[in-house]
Design a binder for this molecule. Sequence first.
Ligand SMILES: [Zn+2]
Length: 126
Amino acid sequence: MKNIKEIIKEISEKSINQEICGFICFNDNFYVKQVSNRASNPDVYFHMSTIDYLDIKKNNNIVAIFHNHPTYTESQSVFDKTMAENICLPSIVYSNLTKNFSIFIPDSITSDVKDLERLKGVIFND
Ligand SMILES: [Zn+2]
């Protein structure tokens, strides 16, 4: 079975013209809930709708948000960090360019700390 790192890498590598985004959830295993990127210029930005977020939050244990950078490094922009701060969730970025991941954790998060530590283990310690 593929782990969450491989899953995010795989869906990101398929999207070279626009950023893909979604939620990383946990229930026995990590899984992805991808949502539409509603940014007006999705080649360089991502925007997730509040409706999509609330809909997924209803039935899933969300641990983090993720998106990819098709043509940039994994470093997170001011916009990425603001998004994470506003939604109170850690932000994971995968770069198609460098093949690396990054994480930004806002001061205030709604995710379970143990689930987050487990996620960091899978993505950064393998
Ligand atoms: Zn970004």
